[in-house]
Design a protein around this ligand. Structure first.
Ligand SMILES: Cc1cc2nc3c(=O)[nH]c(=O)nc-3n(C[C@H](O)[C@H](O)[C@H](O)COP(=O)(O)OP(=O)(O)OC[C@H]3O[C@@H](n4cnc5c(N)ncnc54)[C@H](O)[C@@H]3O)c2cc1C
Length: 411
């Protein structure tokens, strides 16, 4: 067994988005900062984020869009610690990553469109500031008490530390290195950990009723309800070979993963485009020789139109003038209140984040220090909050990682 010589050391456990940010902000204090990471290179979620392009930040941040069991004012307070424009400046000036705004969505991506650039710059910045990186090493346990913590690594090494920052993520995409270590540690330390569930995960449709539509995308409005939860989204919807995906589906998927069965089983209603029921009623109630399918195709892809007509019992060549009232009602119902026949979800394997986690009420909002175990800090996905698709979750990791790193250095 060996022990790090300097007991003033700060150990950051996990070199994902939050850990890399925490280490880089703790290092300028001059105290030794050791960043321990289980994978050989760290930042693996950054690498696969945004389809390999890394949606590094959102265009704007609405704290009310975060999902958490903790009081909303805590989410707001944590996010306020580092305004979005300052985060952007950090990436552009300190990390020299040029960011560009995607015109349609306002989301920020690196100009190179390469997530690897973001991951590599974060790691380099930490190293340049003097952070000692121990990659390919897993932390097996953290024990001790205020001011005197011991971090036990695989291989038997023990590092003595004044402060330990836990940035080990949650349970999502285990292949990236997160296995719930931080959540278990928090429980051991006496923390309340809100029940966890996969969030931002694709949905499955067991009998694949829409397999013929695989690849079709629309901008849809979704409303999911279940067990008293409601989530709405207006964004891209993608039919896949196994079910449904796209930002709108991911953004409401937590209602499904929390209420998969039983009397409160989640229901998802879809409005396939911006045209609402009243507007469709008006457009379909004209005595015209124009075909119904033609009118629908003005707003929706042909393959989806074909399917909706089939399910509504309306023959494909029906003219508007021939559309009976009942058939019109059935069609409008499917256009605007379509019940999505999901059967399951992709779970943690594909979830972009973990819902639930370390209760925000048990960490100091300004520092992220544990109220149960002073000297221990939590940041990133391990905490009980996640946001929608669009850069919100990195923003959460950057902000909380920075706050924890700065505070651990002041300890
Ligand atoms: C496919 C995908 C795409 C995404 N795209 C985006 C996007 O474009 N924009 C966005 O905002 N968000 C995106 N996200 C979400 C975002 O990646 C996460 O919210 C964020 O990475 C969480 O950061 P974290 O540092 O808290 O956790 P993680 O990134 O999970 O990092 C935790 C780290 O801790 C390490 N670790 C765990 N346990 C131990 C241990 N015991 N010892 C040592 N090391 C340990 C892990 O190896 C890992 O490197 C995406 C997620 C996925 C899965």
């Amino acid at each position: 067994m060996t022990a790090e010589a300097d007991p003033r050391a700060i150990v950051v456990v996990g070199a994902g988005a939050a850990g890399l940010m925490a280490a880089a902000h703790a290092a300028p204090s001059g105290r030794p900062v050791v960043l321990v990471e289980g994978t050989p290179d760290g930042g693996r979620k950054v690498l696969i984020s945004g389809g390999g392009r890394c949606n590094i930040l959102p265009s704007h941040l609405e704290p009310a869009r975060f999902v958490s069991e903790s009081p909303p004012h805590l989410v707001r307070r944590l996010l306020a610690a580092w305004p979005l424009r300052d985060q952007r400046q950090y990436f552009e000036l300190d990390l020299a990553i040029r960011l560009v705004r995607e015109p349609e969505t306002g989301k920020l991506f690196p100009a190179s469109n390469r997530a690897r650039e973001v991951r590599d710059r974060l790691v380099t910045a930490a190293r340049e500031r003097g952070v000692q990186c121990r990659f390919g090493r897993r932390v097996l346990g953290v024990t001790g008490g205020e001011g005197r913590w011991e971090v036990r690594l695989d291989g038997g090494e023990v590092i003595a530390a004044r402060a330990v920052v836990i940035t080990t993520g949650g349970l999502s995409v285990p292949a990236t290195g997160s296995d719930g270590f931080g959540l278990n540690l928090a429980r051991e330390l006496g923390h309340r950990v809100e029940p966890t569930y996969p969030a931002l995960t694709p949905l499955l449709a067991g009998t694949a009723p829409h397999v013929a539509l695989a690849g079709v995308t629309v901008t849809a409005i979704l409303e999911a309800r279940g067990g008293g939860l409601t989530a709405t989204a207006r964004d891209g919807f993608l039919f896949t070979h196994r079910g449904y995906s796209g930002p709108a589906v991911l953004d409401v998927s937590h209602v499904v993963t929390r209420h998969r069965d039983g009397p409160d089983r989640a229901r998802i209603r879809v409005q396939w485009c911006g045209v609402d029921a009243a507007a469709w009623e008006a457009r379909l109630t004209t005595r015209s020789p124009q075909q119904v399918a033609t009118v629908l195709r003005e707003e929706l892809p042909a393959r989806l139109v074909e399917r909706l007509l089939l399910e509504s019992g309306v023959p494909a060549d029906t003219q508007l003038a021939q559309l009976p009232r009942e058939a019109r009602r059935a069609l409008v119902e499917r256009l605007c209140r379509y019940e999505l026949p999901w059967t399951s979800d992709e779970g943690y394997k594909k979830a972009e984040v973990t819902g639930g986690g370390v209760a925000l009420g048990e960490v100091e909002p300004a520092t992220l220090e544990s109220r149960r175990a002073p000297g221990i800090y939590f940041a990133g996905e391990v905490l009980d909050a996640f946001g929608p698709i669009g850069g919100y979750n990195f923003a959460w990791a950057w902000v909380t990682g920075r706050s924890a790193g700065l505070a651990a250095a002041r300890k």
